[in-house]
Unconditional design. Structure first.
Length: 456
């Protein structure tokens, strides 16, 4: 009986072990199936995204090609017209002199020369960069046909570099240079101008992901295209996410495909630059006064609050100056608002020259300016303000070479008082009161106050 029980337990143990093994195998299989499904989904997503990009690029290229052809009609048509006329003329001469072998040889040479010239012009058109333009007398811009492209090839394989060089050898406007390591390439990029980088994925001292990260760290904004191996869709996705503009499998490198990638990448880089410039301009417009290029009132309100908090926390000196142009309405009424704008702009420039680079100049509104002076006591601020007041008073303003006039300013100065625990609003009120006193006492002067009347 004991033997039967022992045998049963043994069989149950074996069955349990087998069940656990089968369960583990089943879970592993399911995990692999899920991973394969995710991989397939990623690959399909990458393919769809790539097809969408290619479709958009083809549309963009076709539009640009039409623009280029239209521009060539007025600016560079003679480059194709002359060899075409020579080609047609040569063919007509061949037909006329069919019975003269000596003349035929001469005519055929002319036809060949014209054909070679047409081929060269077509190759130039194939490598046109649409971000480069020429300025014409009538102030219109057209695409520059005679543009050059400098490419750095980051490639440690001699054979692969020679392949790239052979593909681009017929395009005289393209200059291809080489670096064989990441470190060497970074040094070359810092010392020379390049329009594009073509790099292999696997390099002697890392891979293209390492290089792209180093470029970002070094703040090198040069478009890059990565050469990948066959079937490396995952690598392609990674390099695009890391900052590459495009990728090209090695088995698809040819003249047509490589030129297409170069043109598309340069176009995408141009669009990216334009978007970046537009964003920077919008950001600056939100904090800068357009007329004087000083910071505007919105920026001043944020800055003065931060500086008051800093002065309170670290017990540092802080002074606020308020400046107002005297009788500015008279300038507008007598000489016109454009003369008034010119005056504001010139005075803003004089103000920036008088103060330190660390001081913050703002146009507070209308003909009023403010200056936030950090780490400065009230005597130092008074000295700078007096120098500025004299500079303005001695300046002869000229508008349209016919209107000449003088202008003066009044300045009110208030210092932050830690013992009063002033807010930014109270500091501003104190400086405004000092300005009011300067106006009341006759204008064209600098007035300082310790605190508002009644403040304790």
């Amino acid at each position: 009986m004991l033997k039967i029980i022992s045998s049963s337990r043994l069989i149950l143990g074996i069955l349990k072990s087998k069940a656990e093994i089968f369960l583990a195998m089943y879970k592993k299989r399911k995990t692999l199936e899920i991973a394969n499904a995710k991989l397939k989904q990623t690959v399909e997503g990458l393919k769809k995204a790539n097809l969408k990009i290619v479709k958009q690029q083809k549309t963009l290229i076709e539009e640009e090609r039409i623009k280029v052809l239209l521009q060539m009609e007025g600016a560079k048509a003679d480059e194709l017209n002359q060899p075409l006329m020579a080609l047609i003329g040569g063919i007509e001469l061949i037909e006329m002199d069919k019975g003269s072998p000596d003349k035929l040889a001469h005519h055929i040479a002319l036809v060949k020369e014209a054909g070679d010239r047409i081929s060269e012009v077509v190759k130039n058109i194939q490598t046109i960069r649409h971000d480069e333009t020429l300025q014409h007398i009538d102030e219109t811009s057209i695409v520059n046909i005679d543009q050059k492209i400098t490419i750095l090839s980051l490639e440690d394989s001699d054979d692969d570099f020679e392949m790239l060089n052979a593909v681009l050898s017929d395009h005289k406007k393209i200059t291809l240079l080489r670096s064989s390591s990441i470190e060497d390439a970074l040094q070359v990029l810092k010392q020379n101008h390049f329009d594009l980088i073509i790099l292999d994925y696997l390099l002697s001292d890392g891979n293209s992901l390492d290089f792209l990260r180093r470029m970002e760290k070094e703040d090198l904004e040069i478009p890059a295209v990565v050469i990948t191996g066959q079937g490396d869709e995952m690598i392609a996705k990674q390099v695009i996410q890391a900052g590459a503009y495009d990728y090209l499998p090695k088995n698809r490198i040819g003249e047509e495909s490589l030129l297409r990638v170069i043109i598309n990448t340069l176009e995408k880089a141009r669009l990216k630059r334009e978007i970046k410039n537009a964003r920077e301009k919008i950001a600056m417009m939100s904090i800068q006064d357009e007329l004087t290029t000083l910071y505007n009132r919105r920026y001043f309100n944020e800055a003065v609050e931060k500086e008051v908090f800093r002065a309170m926390r670290y017990e540092t000196n802080l002074v606020l100056c308020m400046i107002d142009l005297d009788y500015f309405k008279k300038i507008n009424d007598t000489y016109g608002h454009l003369a008034g704008d010119m005056t504001l702009s010139e005075i803003a420039g004089m103000l920036k020259k008088c103060v330190r680079q660390s001081d913050l100049c703002c146009r507070y509104g209308g003909e009023e300016f403010t200056v936030i002076m950090t780490n400065t006591d009230i005597k130092g601020a008074e000295k700078v303000s007096e120098r500025f007041r004299k500079m303005v008073a001695h300046r002869l303003f000229k508008y349209n070479n016919s209107s000449k006039f003088h202008c003066t300013v009044s300045v009110g100065i208030a210092a932050y008082k830690p013992e009063l625990k002033q807010s930014s609003t109270e500091l501003l009120e104190a400086a405004d009161y000092a300005l009011y006193k300067a106006k009341a006492q006759g204008r064209n002067m600098v007035v300082t106050i310790d605190a508002l009347p009644g403040a304790t």
